[in-house]
Design a protein around this ligand. Structure first.
Ligand SMILES: [Fe+2]
Ligand SMILES: [Fe+2]
Length: 200
């Protein structure tokens, strides 16, 4: 896939296939994340095709069992961190990105990275070239029916002035709920705060 227009048939294919791959609840979540993501895309004048594609595909593998995710990751040569072995659910993003590349021929790195790292974030999301990743990270947290997140908190995040501020706030709010976060998430937060002289 070499251009945004090439994403149209992939989006159409996912629209047809997702109801079979995902549980009804997961499918509804995916559609809500797509809505939030595309609204952010419009607000910040981003190309909507990569935003919509990443949102549609992000939980493609979320309904696989943990053992299935681990064996898939091993078969496909996806690097496994210690946290992945302890919490194989973390592999649903990397396994989905790999499937998008292999079966759907998606080559857009921003889309693949957005899907791969949507759960924990990644320091690359601090770069302006990874706005699709920023949008997906925020939209996934701001699914209006997400049970673990207060609606008023989501509105406050979505009212912030720019995407890097929203990403930083999602991380800060998640940390307040769950305590210290995984290394990639904390590294992203540090980059967004300008640590290492490379903030966004
Ligand atoms: Fe997910
Ligand atoms: Fe999700």
């Amino acid at each position: 896939m070499s251009s945004f227009a090439d994403m149209i048939p992939v989006i159409e294919r996912l629209e047809r296939e997702l109801p079979r791959f995902l549980s009804p609840d997961r499918y509804s979540h995916t559609l809500r994340v797509r809505q939030v993501a595309e609204a952010l895309g419009r607000r910040f004048s981003l190309p909507l095709l990569p935003v919509g594609l990443a949102a549609l595909a992000h939980d493609l593998e979320r309904d696989r069992s943990h053992s299935d995710l681990l064996s898939c990751a091993r078969e496909r040569g996806i690097p496994l961190a210690r946290r992945d072995l302890a919490h194989p659910v973390l592999l649903h993003g990397p396994v989905a990105a790999d499937r998008l590349r292999r079966e759907y021929h998606v080559v857009d790195e921003a889309v693949l990275q957005a899907v791969r790292h949507h759960t924990l974030g990644h320091p690359c999301f601090a770069e302006p070239s990874h706005q699709v990743g920023q949008v997906l990270f925020v939209a996934d947290f701001c699914d209006p029916l997400r049970a673990s997140v207060d609606g008023a908190m989501q509105e406050e995040i979505l009212a912030l002035a720019d995407l890097p501020c929203m990403v930083r706030e999602v991380i800060a709010r998640t940390r307040a709920i769950f305590g210290e976060l995984e290394e990639p998430t904390e590294q992203l937060y540090a980059r967004l705060n300008g640590v290492n002289g490379n903030g966004a």
